[in-house]
Design a protein around this ligand. Structure first.
Ligand code: ADP
Ligand code: ADP
Ligand code: MG
Length: 449
């Protein structure tokens, strides 16, 4: 096992990784930007190295400084967390060239799955159902028009390098295509420095259902069941739960096997997630693969009892998976609410600033993965997610009651958060009945969207 690793990330995921390392006796090196001197991850790690100014491009995306910090601190491996460099195959390759272990899959697997337009092709060839759409990228606006006629409106235009729900536009009819094409293209260029677009049929009111997989470097791959992440705002997840009410054991088995096959097809190892859309007739379609640990991994940890981050470290260190598919028994029900520093009454605009008062919930079945403390000043430069509140109980009804109880205990003073908005979701009768799809927030709770 590694003696020391560097964590190329910040916020709650950096803290999550430090915690796993401490329990495994692995020393940790945090990296931080000038805006993150007082951040929790900077303080909790055994060592911390400043890697540049506040702007991500100059610090958390600064490959040269991160690799230098790794070599100078004597760390053997880098955990990239999620976002930032986690799905950057060039970074993974440079780690390899520097004899540093990248805690994730091969750069080749990242490449195959990283371009979402190509990933569709690879999966289609492997016999996994994909959403009807363009074969590869859209070459021009004319090409997009032609594809849309072929596929049939409504369609979605999506960034091939996309993530975090950005670079996606829905097009209901021909007249809207030009504008959608152009805005998606400029958003993709701005967010991902890659304006490649592709097209998919728009699936009406689907469920977003994803499978967590784990694979070692010896070809053993298993899945840890699914997560339903259909509660979304602007294609970005807000609440996640596991298991999904939509799947019975048979469908879970079929989709789980498809997810394992998808991973096997690209020679995948480490933790990864296969995202599917499931339509109202319960047809499932591959949507994308995230080649990294995911924000909502804790709900799977709760129901499976598997520590996904520790598994990532063991796999990267070359150990064999100590679990087989039959060992995975899912127990109870788990829900996660993403707690963001944002103002739901002002179009969810970010609300950075000083946390003047803080009370975090606790008690049975409650887990908080957070990067905040009382007196902490949330910088304006990064993602507004400041904590994840995760609960586990024997049944879905009890998990909902527990989450409402925990949200009720939570106090964050000094800035705006979405805690009450989350409480409204968990109190909604349709949500409680399990009657929801990806349009839920737009249809029921968020006006003017
Ligand atoms: P998850 O799929 O784990 O739910 P999200 O889509 O919410 O993750 O993304 C997690 C974080 O990573 C967010 O801060 C998001 O903006 C960022 N992110 C995800 N994909 C990309 C990408 N391709 N490029 C840059 N940032 C990304
Ligand atoms: P990202 O890389 O940003 O996570 P995804 O491809 O995973 O993008 O899509 C994000 C969300 O957008 C999905 O969970 C779903 O709600 C919506 N979406 C994406 N593609 C489609 C589609 N073809 N039809 C309907 N909704 C879609
Ligand atoms: Mg996605």
């Amino acid at each position: 096992m590694f003696k020391k690793i560097l964590i190329a990330n910040r916020g709650e995921i950096a803290v999550r990784i430090i915690r796993a390392c401490r329990e495994m006796n692995i020393a940790t090196v945090a990296v931080y930007s000038e805006a993150d001197r007082d951040a929790l991850h900077t303080q909790l790690a055994d060592e911390a190295v400043c890697i540049g100014p506040a702007t991500s491009k100059d610090s958390y995306l600064n490959i040269y400084n991160i690799l230098s910090a790794t070599v100078l601190s004597g760390a053997e491996a880098i955990h990239p967390g999620f976002g930032f460099l986690s799905e950057n195959s060039k970074f993974a390759k440079m780690c390899r060239e520097c004899n540093i272990t990248f805690i994730g899959p091969d750069p080749e697997a990242i490449d195959l799955m990283g371009n979402k337009a190509n990933a569709r092709d690879v999966m289609k060839k492997a016999g996994i159902p994909v959403i009807p759409g363009s074969d590869g990228a859209l070459e021009s606006e004319e090409h997009a028009l032609k594809m849309a006629e072929e596929i049939g409106y409504p369609v979605m235009i999506k960034a091939a390098a996309g993530g975090g729900g950005r670079g996606i536009r829905i097009v209901f009819e021909k007249g809207e295509l030009q504008k959608a094409y152009n805005t998606a293209k400029s958003e993709a260029a701005a967010c991902f420095a890659d304006d490649t677009l592709y097209m998919e049929k728009y699936i009406n009111k689907p469920h977003h259902i994803e499978f967590q997989i784990l694979g070692d470097q010896f070809g053993n791959i298993i899945h840890l069941g699914e997560r339903d992440c259909s509660i979304q705002r602007r294609n970005q997840k807000v609440v996640e739960e596991a298991p999904s009410l939509l799947l019975d054991d048979k469908m879970r088995k079929v989709m789980g096997e498809a997810a394992v096959k998808a991973a096997r097809t690209v020679g995948y190892y480490n933790a990864g997630t296969i995202e599917f859309l499931v339509d109202s007739d319960r047809n499932y379609y591959f949507m994308e693969m995230n080649t990294r640990v995911q924000v909502e991994h804790p709900i799977t940890e709760f129901i499976s009892g598997v520590d996904i981050v520790k598994q990532q470290l063991r796999i990267a260190a070359g150990e064999r998976l100590d679990l087989c598919q039959d060992d995975i028994v899912l127990r109870g029900h788990a829900i996660e609410c993403r707690i963001n520093a944002e103002d739901p009454s002002k179009d969810f605009r970010p609300s950075p600033g000083k946390i003047s008062g803080l009370h975090l919930p606790g008690g049975p079945g409650v887990r908080i993965d957070s990067a905040v403390y009382q007196g902490y000043i949330i910088p304006p430069y990064y993602d507004s997610m400041i904590a994840k509140l995760i609960v586990h109980a024997d049944s879905r009804d009890e998990a909902i009651a527990r989450m409402r109880r925990a949200l009720g205990e939570m106090i964050v003073e000094g800035l705006e958060t979405n805690v009450e908005f989350q409480f409204d979701i968990l109190s909604n009768e349709s949500f409680k009945a399990g009657d929801y799809d990806t349009s839920f927030l737009k249809d029921k709770l968020v006006k003017n969207e």
